[in-house]
Design a protein around this ligand. Structure first.
Ligand code: APR
Length: 170
């Protein structure tokens, strides 16, 4: 992982100038609220057409579309687990989201990637636990995506930013 910049920042992921931003979607891939709604609004209606052609995505997997009107060239759509108390495989599924996004990014030789805090909004995953999985999984999987030079955890709230700052400093 030498030379890879791993950082967190607070902001709106739709404004980031990276090769790809990750969308926390649902398995229909037809848009929704939260970061999904923001990404679809910023990318424009062509994104929905591109998503329709994918015919959905299972929880834990990831799919690539162009970014259309976004500053980011690509969107990687992943479907996080709904938090159901922690005994329904949620941790493994959330880790799989990060792993599959990095695999896709690596396969497409992308150099920069930004993640939102997958599953921590509507899907209710506890923030600290989700962030620990995000940082751990990315740290383990980055060597398998050697094209990536910059990886951003884009936090919408100051609370989430503080969690990531703590984890990345450790
Ligand atoms: N930029 C960055 N992060 C954002 C933005 C944004 N513009 N908007 C929201 N977020 C953050 C939220 O604060 C939360 O921390 O994204 C995180 C994930 O929250 P959700 O968007 O609710 O995603 P998730 O919990 O994975 O639930 C997915 O929500 O809207 C639907 O279609 C989506 O059904 C799916 C579900």
């Amino acid at each position: 992982m030498t030379g890879v910049v791993l950082r967190c920042e607070q902001g709106d992921i739709t404004c980031l100038q990276v090769d790809a931003i990750v969308n926390a979607a649902n398995s229909a891939l037809l848009g929704g609220g939260g970061v999904d709604g923001a990404i679809h609004r910023a990318a424009g209606p062509q994104l929905l057409d591109a998503c329709r052609a994918l015919h959905g995505c299972p929880v834990g997997e990831a799919r690539l579309t162009p970014g259309f009107r976004l500053p980011a060239r690509w969107v990687i759509h992943t479907v996080g687990p709904v938090w159901q108390g922690g005994q329904r495989g949620e941790a493994g599924l959330l880790a799989a989201c990060y792993r599959h996004c990095l695999e896709l990014a690596g396969n497409h030789r992308l150099t920069s990637l930004a993640f939102p805090c997958i599953s921590t909004g509507v899907y209710g995953y506890p923030r600290q636990a989700a962030a620990a999985i995000a940082v751990h999984t990315v740290t383990i999987c980055l060597p398998r995506a050697p094209s990536i030079r910059e990886l951003v955890f884009c936090c919408h709230s100051p609370d989430e930013l503080a969690i990531y700052q703590g984890l990345l400093a450790a």
